[in-house]
Design a protein around this ligand. Structure first.
Ligand SMILES: Cc1ncc(COP(=O)(O)O)c(C=O)c1O
Length: 294
């Protein structure tokens, strides 16, 4: 069903236990001591972990915000580079690569697999899937965990050439997705399209409103094309604990130097929770600014 929708033969697609399982399989299949992955960071932290577990060396390229650092990525590529990773929209920044980046990278690094983690693709302005599908060295990872709203189901998939997908099949267990999960996924892929379209539209509106609210309240939000906004605060941990006291969980990065004073705030995708989030942010950030000496 997913192969049909994607427009590829089923042997070019593998169903995995979430996008995570696909990422881990790709790292196990491609990396080993003496092989590198070029990884623009900050990004989804599991990618670096899986790469190291597979014995590969992680070459970080800074991508704190803004356009995808295509030139810096190309400068980091070596003969031993086995993978180049593009997470777009990126977690936790919400920054994106372009279809031009997709084509340029795949053509400039033909000896490596270019891994496109498109977990948040549905929320972005410019989809990258089609541009990536045309490239012989692209591996695309998708998931039902984000826009489809089924994170607990643990269903994702990867699309690539028949050869690379065969490697991924060999690099993990043969029954990654349970029968009940597969059945629910099939039903939701058939019936959930309208729900998803509405939810994406709501999240996009919330994302703009949240960005404006955070800026108005003195935080520094980054432009995002995902279902969250990353923002810098004067005292991120205090804002996070204030929100937690009001029953709202956000992602902090207390052990990550460049992100220490940042919080990633997810757009809930419904009016009641979004109002609650905005009210809580107003309460906490206004009372904090009143506490500051003038
Ligand atoms: C960029 C990115 N890729 C992949 C994943 C893995 O998601 P899952 O395993 O739930 O599909 C996540 C989860 O947060 C993510 O942020």
């Amino acid at each position: 069903m997913l192969a049909d929708r994607t427009g590829v033969q089923p042997n070019r697609l593998i169903i995995t236990g979430g996008g995570d399982d696909a990422l881990y399989r790709a790292c196990l299949a491609l990396l080993q001591p003496g092989r590198d992955i070029v990884l623009p960071t900050p990004t989804f932290e599991m990618i670096g972990r899986y790469a190291r577990l597979a014995g590969g060396r992680v070459i970080d390229v800074p991508w704190p915000h803004g356009a995808f650092p295509r030139e810096a990525v190309l400068r980091a590529v070596r003969p031993q580079t086995a993978m180049v990773c593009v997470v777009s929209p990126n977690n936790p920044t919400g920054a994106v690569a372009t279809a031009d980046d997709v084509r340029a990278l795949c053509m400039a690094v033909p000896h490596a697999l270019i891994l496109f983690d498109l977990a948040y693709e549905e929320y972005a302005d410019e989809p990258l899937m089609m541009a990536a599908l045309e490239q012989p060295n692209a591996l695309i990872i998708r998931t039902l965990s984000k826009a489809w709203g089924l994170a607990g189901l643990r269903v994702g998939y990867a699309v690539g050439t028949e050869r690379v997908i065969h490697w991924l099949r060999c690099a993990g267990n043969p029954f990654a997705v349970s029968g009940p999960s597969a059945r629910i996924a099939i039903a939701w892929l058939r019936e959930g399209c309208d729900w998803m379209a509405q939810s994406i539209a709501t999240v996009r509106r919330e994302r703009v409103a949240l960005h404006h609210l955070l800026a108005e309240l003195g935080a520094m939000p980054l432009p995002s094309q995902a279902n969250f906004v990353l923002a810098r605060f004067a005292a991120a941990s205090q804002v996070a604990s204030g929100l937690a006291r009001l029953g709202i969980a956000v992602r902090g990065f207390p052990n990550d130097d460049p992100l220490r004073e940042h919080l990633r705030i997810t757009c809930p995708g419904n009016a009641a929770d979004f109002d609650r989030l905005c009210g809580a942010l107003r309460t906490i950030l206004r009372s904090r600014s009143e506490e500051q000496p003038t």
